[in-house]
Write a protein that binds this ligand. Structure first.
Ligand code: VGL
Ligand code: ZN
Length: 205
């Protein structure tokens, strides 16, 4: 099992319904193979996410895409004492969504961690996402993207504190895995907080 889970104990079979929203987390060039903070096999999330995006768009359901959008001197960068190599600097090619990621005209792009002195892993942090979902009367969110152990984790856990139903698209997330099985641990933690796993391929069907 590529996500480190022995079994999908909380796997749910889900179909799209009114009140659903898709949240694509940080699928950006710098997190893909060859990028500044490459996530192994990060590119493999693109195809299943494209399927979901097309299906949500067809159904008129809301789609959000977050992006890490750092200033050149962001506090998370090693040069500033942070844990990461410089990545996703606002306006650079590395911060762009990859050309292969198909985003419909209706997408809402959420830029995060834009302030030099603040880290923000969650797509809810400083983006207005909670207010937007509330205005849309969204009750369930489906989360995929990068990385399982950082921004996907933080986004899913934040959503649970807002009492949203949260599904992580297990076949459309990949982990940094700085320590072995960080991604698996993150998924188990999310599940312990009421997050469910589902399949992007099934959701898009
Ligand atoms: C992320 C590390 C640093 C992520 C962002 O999108 O998961 N990870 N910045
Ligand atoms: Zn970052």
């Amino acid at each position: 099992m590529t996500n480190g889970l022995a079994h999908w104990s909380a796997h749910a079979h889900s179909h799209r319904a009114p009140g659903d929203a898709l949240v694509i987390v940080d699928v950006q060039n710098d997190f893909l193979p060859g990028g500044a903070l490459a996530v192994a096999r990060g590119d493999e999330v693109i195809e299943p996410l494209n399927r979901c995006t097309a299906a949500f768009d067809r159904d008129g359901l809301p789609i959000f895409a977050s992006r890490d959008w750092h200033p050149p001197d962001h506090c998370s960068f090693r040069a500033l004492g942070g844990p990461w190599p410089a990545h996703c600097i606002a306006g650079t090619v590395g911060a762009q969504f990859p050309a292969a990621l198909i985003l419909p005209a209706s997408v809402t792009v959420l830029s995060k961690a834009t302030r030099r002195d603040r880290e923000a892993y969650s797509a809810f942090e400083g983006t207005g996402l909670a207010e937007r979902l509330k205005a849309l009367r969204s009750r369930r969110i489906f989360v995929g993207g990068l990385a399982t152990d950082y921004c996907v984790r933080a986004t899913a856990l934040d959503a649970r504190t807002l009492d949203l139903e949260v599904f992580v698209l297990a076949d459309a997330v990949r982990a940094v895995d700085n320590r072995a099985d960080d991604g698996g641990r993150a998924l188990r933690e999310m599940i312990s907080r009421g997050v469910r796993l589902c399949s992007a391929q099934e959701l898009a069907a």
